[in-house]
Design a protein around this ligand. Structure first.
Ligand code: SAM
Length: 269
């Protein structure tokens, strides 16, 4: 995969994408990340990328010309052919569709991904209408610029690329993963994979830290009990923190029993 990040602050990315899994994925050639400076596509002495809004109002607007020219210089396929060519141009915007794990999985299938970072009051609307394939928001809050959002998306996408995470199974056992285990009509198989739920709680040594003990079942060596406990804990945490996720997945018979046990621990006995 090649990722291009279009920004007026190329130095911003010196830190966030140069550590851990992302750095190793770059070194292994799994992904190439290029940061494209919008100011290279200006022609005036001050390298101006913004201008006043038509109709008046607060702040400045990122001009269309440098954004169009920068993306055109990347020589992608015409917009109508991009999906088939496994290319995607994304405009970061609080007005976009909400980013989540399924969007990350979708973007992980493309071969070329362009992330356009807005600034100021936003980007001239023609960029979203005629240049980008989609607008994506990372959440219902307003950031000062699209750079943090681009870093979030790049991170979430890259860790899904084959070979990026040492133990690939671990990306299938994380929160939100709704892969084969949660196929419609089948429901999650109640394995340790999240099946669209939040992840189960993790513990490591020591078993007793300042009097706080790990749950006995995890040191019991009984794998069936551990699997059930993890699934029950994932269901409980999802119900507590993100009940909306439960609406989107099909629960197995065992899941329903485990949920009932959460509501009434006596039912577990
Ligand atoms: N005036 C815009 C509005 O109210 O919707 C906010 C513009 S914001 C200050 C500047 C830039 O930050 C946006 O163009 C976008 O690229 C980026 N940005 C801000 N919040 C974002 C979010 N939640 N998700 C993705 N990008 C965001």
């Amino acid at each position: 995969m090649q990722i291009d990040i279009v920004t007026i602050f190329p130095d911003f990315f010196r830190g966030p994408l140069e550590h851990g899994i992302i750095r190793r994925a770059c070194e292994a050639g799994i992904v190439t990340i290029a940061v494209d400076d919008l100011r290279e596509f200006t022609s005036d002495r001050h390298r101006t990328v913004d201008d006043r809004p038509f109709g008046g109002g607060q702040g400045m607007v990122l001009k269309p010309q440098p954004v169009f020219e920068c993306v055109e210089a990347l020589e992608l396929r015409p917009r109508e052919e991009r999906a088939r060519a496994k290319q995607a141009v994304v405009l970061l915007s609080p007005q976009g569709h909400k980013f989540d794990q399924s969007v990350a999985a979708e973007l992980a299938m493309v071969e070329r991904l362009v992330l356009i970072c807005g600034r100021y009051e936003g980007v001239d609307e023609r960029v979203g209408m005629f240049l980008a394939d989609r607008e994506i928001s990372i959440g219902d809050y307003v950031l000062s610029g699209g750079e943090l959002a681009a870093a979030v998306i790049a991170d979430a996408v890259i860790r899904l690329l084959p070979g990026a995470v040492g133990n690939e199974a671990s990306t299938r056992q994380e929160s939100f993963f709704a892969g084969r285990d949660a196929a419609p009509g089948r429901g999650p198989s109640s394995t340790c994979g999240s099946g669209g739920l939040l992840d189960y709680p993790h513990y490591t040594r020591p078993a007793d830290f300042r009097g706080m003990r790990v749950p006995e079942v995890l040191v019991s060596g009984n794998h069936q009990d551990i699997r059930r406990w993890r699934r029950r804990s994932a269901l409980a945490k999802t119900l507590r923190n993100r009940p909306d996720l439960l609406d989107g997945i099909e629960l197995s018979e065992e899941d329903r029993r485990l949920l009932a046990e959460n509501a009434d621990p006596a039912a577990a006995e």
